[in-house]
Design a protein around this ligand. Structure first.
Ligand SMILES: Nc1nc2c(ncn2[C@@H]2O[C@H](COP(=O)(O)OP(=O)(O)OP(=O)(O)O)[C@@H](O)[C@H]2O)c(=O)[nH]1
Ligand SMILES: [Mg+2]
Length: 433
């Protein structure tokens, strides 16, 4: 990886294509694109929105616009052009030719960031897989480009397709190997999860748009020191820590990768498995930067991803996992905004306002989380030795035992399996017996 070097001076260009319905307005998108560029240490020499009336299949922008970009590059001494959109391989190649500079699109940029951030084995494998997938699609469609890069003579002197075929085969093989390794890593993680399930503390997952303040809240609640910065995609790998809550002795809090609009499909696929842990949570806290003018659009984006993960079924249906909206960065609101929003939040059980930075409202948040966890019973399974009279009696006294069955033997002890509904508080009590 590493197509972009830190400290590179870049022009950030945000195409505003007529006829496309964007989630965010052009200025917000440009700002977000700048954030992405900064996240990987690019120096932004200049940035602007370019309205595009008709997309040119070979260039995206009109010829005059490309010339303007070139001039801007020269004036600003920029060696890189970031296009906040999706470029076809042909468009990318032609732009690079015309501008005599490196050009990178939104997907490429996000892949770079993820490549730099991934810290765990699983994260690294996921990102490399996504990157290869991206390259593979480029190979298929831009073979003429590669042929030319290679000086135009393949081994057979033919159209260079043999070389492309070889490249594609190599990428496919590498991807197959990565998938196997990933499977292995995930199996290990699955084992960890199983172990957690045997001591099944309730899990609270923090999700939200990138930069919403998930890690800041996570750190405040756990005393952990997860990287929380004004950087897009500061967090990539999920982190878990135990916390205690009013009425719940112990719960697991998990910090996750942030979402962004138009997350490259390759990355959505790659991170699906990690995010699927969210679907196994007992409560999802959707952390929102309520002070951000794009807050509403960001929320829709997050709900869309949660929908893809199967947490939300469809319009108006109850989510499979209860969701608490956390209106973060309350300290950044002006008095008028704060008053207006407070009215909405107070009337809605599903919303809590706070500032993860100052700590205001955090106690109320913990109370609410405790309440939500204790009000919701879920079905759990336990296998106990038949001789464990104390625990068995407790389950019958406190839980709703749906089923009790023989579960074989272990070390000469006969075992019984109990299917029981318990709320997280009862679960905590059972655990501490
Ligand atoms: N003013 C203010 N800033 C906050 C608050 N919460 C977080 N921030 C700032 O917002 C920025 C992003 O915070 P993070 O906690 O890294 O956000 P995140 O959601 O974990 O972001 P990703 O890991 O990129 O998805 C940091 O600069 C925080 O200091 C808050 O309540 N008020
Ligand atoms: Mg984070």
């Amino acid at each position: 990886m590493g197509e972009v070097s830190r400290g590179a001076r870049a022009l950030v260009v945000c195409p505003d294509i007529r006829g496309i319905r964007y989630d965010l307005d052009a200025d917000s998108r440009l700002q977000e694109a700048e954030g992405l560029a900064l996240a990987i240490g690019i120096v932004i020499a200049d940035s602007f929105v370019l309205p595009v009336r008709d997309v040119k299949p070979n260039l995206l922008f009109g010829a005059g616009q490309v010339e303007n970009i070139r001039i801007a590059c020269e004036q600003n001494d920029a060696e890189l052009v970031v296009v906040d959109g999706s470029l076809s391989p042909i468009q990318q190649r032609n732009l690079e030719d015309k501008l005599a500079r490196k050009v990178i699109d939104r997907t490429g940029l996000i892949l770079e960031i993820f490549g730099e951030r991934a810290a765990t084995a699983e994260g690294r494998l996921q990102v490399e897989l996504a990157h290869l997938d991206y390259q593979q699609s480029r190979l298929v469609r831009s073979w003429t480009h590669l042929e030319r890069q290679r000086g135009g003579f393949g081994f057979l002197g033919g159209p260079g397709e043999t070389q492309i075929e070889a490249d594609r085969r190599m990428i496919r093989q590498r991807m197959a190997r990565l998938r196997k390794e990933l499977e292995q890593v995930r199996k290990t993680r699955g084992l960890h999860r199983e172990r957690r399930e045997r001591a099944p503390w309730p899990v609270v997952a923090l999700v939200g748009y990138t930069n919403a303040g998930k890690s800041t809240l996570f750190n405040r609640l756990t005393g952990a020191d997860v990287m929380a910065e004004d950087l897009l995609f500061a967090t990539l790998d999920p982190t878990m820590r135990a916390i205690s809550l009013p009425g719940v002795e112990k719960a697991i809090l998990s910090d996750t990768v942030g979402f962004i609009s138009d997350l490259p499909t390759q990355l959505v696929a790659a991170f699906r498995a990690t995010l699927e842990e969210v679907t196994a949570a007992d409560l999802i806290c959707h952390v929102r930067d309520i002070s951000n003018p794009s807050s509403e659009a960001q929320k829709l984006q997050v709900l869309e991803v949660l929908g893809e993960l199967g947490v939300i079924d469809g319009e108006g249906e109850d989510p499979k996992v209860p969701i608490l909206e956390v209106w973060n960065k309350w300290d950044l609101l002006d008095a008028v905004q704060a008053e207006e929003l407070a009215k909405v939040a107070e009337d809605d059980e599903g919303i809590i306002a706070l500032s993860a930075l100052t700590g205001a409202g955090v106690d109320g948040f913990l109370d609410r989380v405790g309440q939500m966890l204790t009000s919701r019973a879920t079905v759990r399974e336990f296998v106990l030795p038949s001789s464990d009279g104390k625990r068995i009696a407790w389950l019958h006294a406190h839980g709703d035992v749906l089923e009790e069955a023989d579960a074989g033997e272990s070390d000469g002890q006969s075992l019984r399996r109990f299917t029981v509904t318990l709320n997280p508080k009862e679960l905590g009590q059972f655990q501490s017996l």
